[in-house]
Write a protein that binds this ligand. Structure first.
Ligand SMILES: *Cc1c(COP(=O)(O)O)cnc(C)c1O
Length: 403
């Protein structure tokens, strides 16, 4: 189905004021379903069909759809104060920055400071500017890994180690180099006097749910420390309890110099952040960076509610427990070769001959939302609040689809 055909369907046409063309610039390709309501792990489409959401809007809605605590926090903040600009402080963003810094201190990363933004790409753009200012002129290069994903804005796209995504937009900005993910020698070969920072994901999410070995991340940190190069971790997908710890880097026990966040931190409210250790953060001075929407009271009210709910529920523990159940059940399916990832960020590698996009389509027809993260891997990232019964239901749909 093309986007055009999708928006020709009657209900979509009603919403679309009778127009039978796609109202969006078609960067996303044709949508599969139009949803209008969610609750916890469940979604309902415009024709009333119920779905189980084992994707969570790409690892975003970690506390479930229409979570009443988050909804209440946002609604109350919307009626109190939404935005004042960064000529002024607001209590909500201040509290959120303090709490995020405390979480990072508890994770072993030391004392730091926070810049709020609106997305993962923006958080990484801030990290790129931090790295450039830190390195200074002539030492502006960032190294990232092949297969990585860091966002779609021009700088974040350049940082993304997927040459095919660069091609339509050449020439790309200067100052980005790539190494093989998980291969220390490949990284070392890129490190010359022009390099200011290395950025890695603890688990490559969009790259197919590919975890980095703890020993690799530890060796990268050591190498960066020896050469005076910043070690930056992209926690946009892995952060906020998704992998069974507050942050993915904790599994390796490393201490990054800077970290970027987004997805799970707002439960769907568009919000992201750059955290940097204090000595590193201080290279950015007034005027060096900004955003009209940096740290709005509305967006950061969602962050505060997410942090408080994740603490109350012991969300890392939930991700470990439910992730282990889901992983075991998936591995028992004959068409699944193995399962990668940790907590509730899982990639199930299909046996040869089965295409991930076919599994995605058949699962959707049977009321299960997953995603084909590459040709032969399906990604499962349900809300961390997913129940045992929902895991059983999702696995039985997959068993049926794969049979
Ligand atoms: C999704 C993602 C991004 C980009 O985030 P946006 O909010 O889509 O800009 C960056 N890095 C990683 C690891 C991601 O998974």
């Amino acid at each position: 189905m093309t986007s055009h055909q999708f928006y020709e369907t009657q209900k979509a046409k009603d919403i679309n004021h009778g127009h039978d063309y796609c109202p969006f610039i078609p960067v996303f390709g044709p949508p599969a379903v139009m949803f209008e309501r969610g609750e916890g792990t469940q979604l309902w489409s415009i024709d009333g069909k119920r779905y189980l959401d084992f994707l969570s809007g790409i690892a975003v809605v970690s506390l479930g759809h229409a979570n009443p605590v988050i909804a209440q926090a946002i609604a109350q903040q919307a009626q109190t104060l939404v935005h004042v600009s960064n000529f002024f402080a607001n209590t909500v963003a201040t509290e959120a920055a303090v709490q995020l810094s405390e979480l990072m201190r508890d994770a072993g990363a030391g004392d730091g400071q926070v810049f709020f933004c609106n997305s993962g790409a923006e958080a990484n753009e801030a990290a790129i500017k931090l790295a450039r200012k830190f390195g200074g002129r002539g030492r502006h290069v960032m190294v990232s890994a092949y297969g990585s994903f860091h966002g779609r804005t021009l700088g974040a796209l350049a940082l993304t180690g997927q040459p095919a995504k660069h091609e339509p937009f050449q020439p790309m900005p200067d100052g980005f180099k790539y190494c093989e993910f998980g291969d220390l020698a490949s990284l070392e070969a890129t490190l010359d006097s022009s390099v200011s920072a290395v950025m890695l994901e603890p688990i490559q999410g969009e790259g197919g749910v590919v975890p980095a070995e703890a020993s690799y991340l530890q060796a990268v940190q050591k190498l960066c420390n020896e050469r005076g190069i910043l070690f930056i971790i992209d926690e946009v997908q892995t952060g906020f309890c998704r992998t069974g710890k507050w942050f993915g880097f904790e599994h390796a026990g490393v201490q990054p110099d800077a970290v970027t966040f987004a997805k799970g931190m707002g439960n769907g409210m568009p919000v992201g952040a750059l955290w940097a250790r204090k000595d590193v953060a201080s290279v950015l001075q007034p005027g060096d960076h900004g955003s009209t929407y940096s740290g709005t009271a509305l967006a950061t009210s969602a962050v505060l509610a997410v942090i408080s709910e994740m603490k109350r529920l012991n969300a890392p523990e939930m991700a470990v427990r439910q992730g282990a159940k889901l992983k075991v059940a998936l591995e028992a399916l004959p068409s699944i070769d193995h399962v990668r990832g940790s907590g509730l960020l899982l990639g199930a590698q299909l046996v040869p001959g089965i295409e991930a996009k076919d599994v995605y389509t058949a699962a959707l027809e049977n009321g299960l939302v997953i995603n084909a993260v590459n040709a032969n891997t399906i990604r499962l990232a349900p809300p961390l609040t997913v129940s045992d019964a929902e895991i059983e239901e999702a696995v039985s749909i997959l068993a049926k689809v794969l049979a």
